[in-house]
Design a protein around this ligand. Structure first.
Ligand SMILES: *[C@@H]1O[C@H](CO)[C@@H](O)[C@H](O)[C@H]1NC(C)=O
Ligand SMILES: *[C@@H]1O[C@H](CO)[C@@H](O)[C@H](O)[C@H]1NC(C)=O
Ligand SMILES: *[C@@H]1O[C@H](CO)[C@@H](O)[C@H](O)[C@H]1NC(C)=O
Ligand SMILES: *[C@@H]1O[C@H](CO)[C@@H](O)[C@H](O)[C@H]1NC(C)=O
Ligand SMILES: *[C@@H]1O[C@H](CO)[C@@H](O)[C@H](O)[C@H]1NC(C)=O
Ligand SMILES: *[C@@H]1O[C@H](CO)[C@@H](O)[C@H](O)[C@H]1NC(C)=O
Length: 246
């Protein structure tokens, strides 16, 4: 069996086919839109032993999924459900076999927050279940990026959505991102920030893919529920490690 990972080198070109940043207003994973069936066939739900969703991930190939290391704070024994937009739906369930941190995670968690999880049995593809395309490139500032997840719609809420939701958000420059945080967080080149007024990823969106035209360039690492920009691990920081493992 061969595992391949697709790489798209011309993200900028692709962006022009995917819409205009000015369209991305007042939408959120909360109050965002309900995702169309099969729109994000690479998106998976991580479930604890009680089958409760706690994080998202993305399918890399038939053995591996990608998520955030933060997810291990919620559960270490978990299953991966693929192929259903509904948390209560009939997806395919795979048991997580083991997981791998990036070797530099412990020393620099904000730069290398990526977790690879393999499944005990191979993931079977279908029209609802497909691998994602990863890119080690940064999207251009102002690009419309899509977050998809089952996370809460409010910073005060702990309730997940049954249906997968998606949200158009906008890639910020480091400078703009820093100005939105003020002094409470130092934005470095090791994070990608996205923001849309009153929108964003929230609790239980950790590990979700953030994409441009279905090409994943980041992993949701610090959702701020629309209060501050969301912070994501750039795939570029972890790309060569991922390729060396999967
Ligand atoms: C994002 O914007 C594009 C372009 O306007 C639009 O086609 C798409 O439906 C929007 N997606 C979401 C999740 O709102
Ligand atoms: C993980 O959870 C499953 C289901 O509850 C259980 O059968 C299994 O023994 C657990 N595995 C570990 C390593 O705890
Ligand atoms: C799942 O939940 C929705 C409500 O969000 C409900 O309409 C639907 O009947 C449920 N499906 C199953 C299989 O329980
Ligand atoms: C999961 O990955 C680990 C680390 O590469 C490996 O030791 C293990 O055999 C894998 N498990 C399965 C079921 O593929
Ligand atoms: C989501 O929209 C509803 C009404 O559509 C509103 O009451 C609620 O405050 C909104 N949530 C947030 C977090 O703004
Ligand atoms: C940000 O960096 C400055 C300068 O290095 C430092 O003084 C400050 O404590 C840092 N702030 C945070 C929140 O880490």
């Amino acid at each position: 069996m061969t595992y391949t990972i697709q790489l798209v080198g011309i993200l900028l070109l692709v962006v022009t086919f995917c819409g205009n940043p000015t369209d991305a207003v007042d939408r959120r994973i909360v109050n965002g839109t309900t995702a169309a069936d099969k729109k994000y066939p690479y998106q998976v739900s991580l479930r604890n032993v009680n089958n409760l969703h706690f994080c998202s991930g993305s399918i890399l190939n038939t053995r591996w999924i990608l998520t955030s290391t933060v997810c291990l704070t919620f559960a270490t024994n978990f299953t991966i459900v693929a192929g259903s937009n509904n948390l209560n739906g009939s997806g395919d369930t795979y048991q997580a076999a083991s997981y791998l941190f990036h070797p530099l995670y412990n020393s620099r968690p904000f730069e290398y927050d990526a977790l690879l999880v393999n499944t005990t049995t191979p993931i079977v593809y279908s029209t609802r279940i497909q691998p994602v395309v990863l890119t080690p490139l940064f999207p251009i500032v102002g690009a419309v990026a899509v977050i998809s997840g089952w996370g809460t719609n409010d910073i005060a809420s702990q309730i997940t959505f049954n249906e997968l939701r998606d949200l158009n958000t906008t890639v910020l420059s480091q400078t703009t991102c820093q100005s939105r945080f003020g002094g409470i967080f130092n934005v470095t080149s090791s994070v990608i920030c996205t923001f849309v007024a009153k929108g964003g990823s929230c609790y239980f969106d950790y590990g979700a893919p953030i994409t441009v035209c279905n090409i994943q360039f980041g992993i949701v690492r610090n959702p701020f529920c629309g209060v501050f920009p969301d912070l994501h691990t750039p795939i570029s920081n972890v790309y060569s490690w991922i390729i060396s493992i999967i």
